[in-house]
Design a protein around this ligand. Structure first.
Ligand SMILES: Nc1ncnc2c1ncn2[C@@H]1O[C@H](COP(=O)(O)OP(=O)(O)O)[C@@H](O)[C@H]1O
Ligand SMILES: [Mg+2]
Length: 283
């Protein structure tokens, strides 16, 4: 195992090798419902570095979306806090872009006007952002569709437009909640390559929630594995595969070994197995 670029850092080891952009500290969430309290996230610590790509995988209902919404300032924690660039998140920050599983484009707006939404809401310079929206649509292969309506586009095209929308105001941080879950396998692979390119070219910090372990390994610098609800961090894996990565690499032994280790946390049927001992280094 000595050359394998794998490292497992356990609970309570939030470290990143880069300058820190996001600090998540003792972050916990319990939803209060009519039927009682639903503890969804146990106190969780994690740092994300500037320009880092972090993927989060975990069983359904373990609190992944809750984590993302807390980082996005869309909901408030029960305890603990998130800081972005040193500032506590108490409402949705301006320099964050969000992509959900469903593209949630507005049916009565053209693709271009959908992509312009974040710039409009923030009252940013119209001409400059119109140019930026068109450039993003061009890279996404959607130039010919800017005046079409969402229903005139395929699911993959709509999701590409949603990614353009998340980037139009040039946010420092992009949060993605299972953005490719509804796409067919081929489109998903293309979107993975496209997202890798965007990350490479823009240096944005990206937090991606995904159901797909290969997708997490393919894209991320680190993969965070969450345990059953109320979710906590079960393990964090460094993905030291060189970039740019190719889809073909998914078959290589290092990739396959890492995917297998991560998959090993979930058996049988989504059950979380005990991970390696705290602070274990598998390299
Ligand atoms: N608004 C809410 N009110 C009450 N419970 C919620 C709410 N949102 C999520 N939950 C519960 O919190 C848990 C975690 O949800 P979620 O973060 O959506 O999980 P995941 O994204 O990992 O599937 C689930 O048990 C879910 O039912
Ligand atoms: Mg979710």
């Amino acid at each position: 195992m000595s050359n394998a670029p794998l490292r497992v850092v356990h609970d309570g080891a939030p470290a990143t090798a880069r300058p820190v952009l996001i600090e998540i500290r003792a972050l916990a969430k319990t939803y209060r419902t009519q039927d009682g309290a639903v503890p969804s996230l146990r106190p969780l610590d994690l740092d994300l570095g500037e320009g880092e790509f972090v993927a989060v995988v975990g069983p359904s209902g373990c609190g992944k979306s809750t984590l993302l919404k807390l980082v996005a300032g869309l909901i408030r924690p029960t305890s603990g806090e998130v800081r972005i660039g040193g500032r506590p998140v108490v409402e949705p920050p301006d320099d964050v872009g969000i992509v959900f599983q469903n593209p949630v484009l507005l049916a009565w707006r053209t693709i271009l006007r959908n992509v312009m939404m974040p710039a409009e809401v923030r009252r940013l310079d119209r001409a400059a952002h119109l140019a930026r929206a068109r450039a993003l649509l061009a890279t996404a292969g959607l130039s010919d569709f800017e005046n079409k309506y969402p229903w005139q586009l395929s699911g993959g095209m709509q999701q590409r437009a949603a990614i353009c929308r998340a980037l139009v105001h040039d946010p420092r941080l992009v949060l993605m909640d299972e953005p490719f879950g509804a796409l067919d396998a081929l489109t998903r692979e293309r979107m993975n390559l496209e997202l890798q390119r965007i990350h490479h070219e823009t240096g944005k910090t990206i937090l991606l929630i995904t159901h797909s372990i290969p997708e997490a390994v393919f894209l991320a610098d680190r993969v965070v594995v969450m345990s059953e609800r109320p979710g906590a961090i079960a393990a964090i894996y460094d993905v030291a595969l060189p970039r740019p990565r190719t889809i073909d690499q998914m078959g290589n032994p290092v990739f396959a070994d890492l995917a297998r280790r991560i998959r090993g946390h979930f058996y049988p049927q989504g059950q979380l197995a005990p991970g390696p001992s705290p602070q274990a280094h598998l390299d």
